[in-house]
Write a protein that binds this ligand. Structure first.
Ligand SMILES: [Zn+2]
Length: 325
């Protein structure tokens, strides 16, 4: 049966890593269409907060180089000086990883230690989830369009088993996780794991290519939910720091973002501040990506928040992040 699977973990609902396996190519959405899997799961709705947008930052398909006002301290640990009182060297942070075709930067915004952690999860998420997509959509990264010619396709079932396929025949599906609302602004319990579904947009997965390689069963890219949430939280946090400025709010995801989560480390706090508000309607968009700064009101509290929508032009949904209070 086609299903969500957790890699090497007995219970997919508690897994940090998830993927969706198709046992038949006929279940894959048609080229140019977005679908979600599995379809069988009962929807469990949690009461959730409401997002109000205030400022939209659009990322067009054509990469644009822009910079926000320099921050002047590390966006994650808050330091501007080292323990001896000397100014820390601070590097510029991309709001959305440059590998995803984005050129908006927040200058002087990360210390060396924090930069090491953020670049590690950005590298692994963009490579593992989006490499074939980056190539087929011609996204312009630091070194231009990705030059890689062969991409892995997971043909294993419970465990992963990769075959390498050239970009001409690689069945490329854009894959994103469908998340429950963040625990901090819904009745979803804190520190719980599990995703709702997996969204796939068929860029160029063709039946004849699968037949050519005699592939009957294959999976989406593996989603590392912990690092994926770190990446989404980072985008929201950096955008809010850039727009609201230093010291304007008490950060709630900065520590999560700068926590190193090496592969296989158990994680359960990553859905506390990152998720999807289901009451929100996704409008059609021509932007490649979008970040909208705003607020989420939940019960009697109002949080500094951001809506992050990757691949908006492909109909993908928004994620909402509780950034600060
Ligand atoms: Zn730092």
């Amino acid at each position: 049966m086609s299903s969500i699977r957790g890699d090497n973990l007995p219970n997919a609902r508690d897994a940090r890593y998830v993927k969706f396996s198709w046992n038949s190519a006929s279940d894959v959405p048609s080229i140019g269409e977005l679908d979600y899997v599995p379809r069988t799961q009962a929807f469990r709705m949690f009461a959730e907060g409401r997002f109000t947008g205030q400022r939209l930052i659009a990322f067009p398909a054509q990469k644009r180089r822009e910079a926000l006002h320099a921050l002047g301290c590390c966006a994650y640990c808050g330091r501007a000086n080292d323990q001896h009182g000397f100014a820390l060297p601070l590097t510029s942070e991309h709001v959305i990883a440059e590998a995803l075709g984005c050129g908006l930067e927040l200058p002087q915004a990360s210390c060396f230690d924090c930069q090491r952690v953020t670049s590690e999860f950005e590298r692994s998420v963009t490579e593992e989830m989006f490499d074939p997509v980056r190539r087929s959509l011609n996204l312009v990264g630091k070194q231009g369009v990705l030059q890689k010619k062969n991409f892995a396709l997971d043909v294993g079932a419970e465990t992963s088993e990769f075959v390498m396929i050239s970009d001409i025949h690689h069945p490329t599906l854009l894959t994103l996780p469908g998340l429950y609302p963040p625990s901090a602004c819904s009745y979803r319990p804190m520190n719980t794991n599990g995703i709702f579904n997996i969204l796939t947009y068929n860029i160029n997965c063709r039946r004849q290519d699968l037949d050519k390689y005699e592939i009957t069963r294959f999976s989406t890219q593996i989603i590392d939910t912990a690092r994926f949430c770190q990446m989404i939280a980072k985008i929201a946090h950096v955008a809010c720091m850039g727009v609201h400025g230093r010291g304007a709010f008490k950060p709630l995801v900065a520590d999560f973002i700068r926590t190193s989560l090496p592969p296989k480390t158990p994680s359960s706090a990553h859905f506390n501040f990152v998720g999807r508000l289901w009451q929100e309607k996704s409008e059609e968009s021509s932007n490649l990506h979008e970040v909208e700064i705003g607020e989420i009101s939940w019960k009697r509290a109002t949080f500094i928040s951001a809506r992050v929508r990757l691949f908006a032009s492909h109909g993908m949904p928004s994620y909402h992040v509780i950034v600060g209070e």
